[in-house]
Design a protein around this ligand. Structure first.
Ligand SMILES: [Mg+2]
Length: 189
């Protein structure tokens, strides 16, 4: 089977890592509960920043955040297990082209199984659907409503990686990565 994964906030806990980084850089202690209650993807409002200030904050610290964001619990182990079982693991990320190489290196360093020919990076969010179709993925996982809303016509079984900003979406959902192995057991994969 072919499994495709978005990276940010699907495999890597990027926003929470950014939230903690902003707290440190701004010398603030905004409670993590504020983060968990956010129902939109941008996090700058939790720090009292305007959209422009938030953009500047992100641009200043993006590299540090991108390459040090930790994987969600069990993500590395579950993807390794997929490969061990003979499945193909694909990555489909809309991080911009200039970040692709270091993103791949950071995934490998974190322990993810990454094959060069299965790493797709640098497309727009709305172009993911075409890549997923061309790759003939059997399963695809993403967190972002804007992407997920474009995938309903695909034959790939699409899961949303649970987050406060996507709970309005009525579709198969993964909260913790161990659940994926349980699902496969049900499907005899
Ligand atoms: Mg994402």
């Amino acid at each position: 089977m072919r499994f495709g994964f978005d990276i940010d906030d699907t495999l890597l806990n990027l926003r929470e890592h950014a939230f903690r980084t902003y707290n440190a850089k701004l010398n603030l202690q905004v409670d993590i509960e504020v983060f968990h209650a956010l129902t939109c993807i941008p996090i700058h409002e939790a720090f009292g920043l305007t959209a422009d200030e938030g953009r500047e904050m992100w641009n200043t610290h993006r590299d540090e955040i991108y390459y040090s964001a930790p994987p969600f619990a069990d993500a590395v182990e579950v993807l390794q297990e997929l490969e061990r079982r003979g499945h193909e693991v694909y990555y489909v990320t809309a991080r911009k082209a200039e970040y692709c190489e270091r993103t791949k290196e950071a995934l490998i360093k974190a322990g993810f199984p990454v094959a060069n020919e299965r790493f797709y990076c640098g497309m727009d969010d709305l172009d993911k659907v075409h890549i997923i179709r061309e790759l003939e993925l059997d399963y695809y996982f993403d967190d972002k409503p804007k992407v997920l809303e474009t995938l309903s016509e695909l034959k790939a079984v699409t899961y949303v990686k649970d987050n406060a900003y996507n709970r309005h979406m009525d579709m198969p959902r993964i909260v913790g990565w161990q659940e994926l192995l349980d699902l496969l057991q049900e499907d005899n994969c």
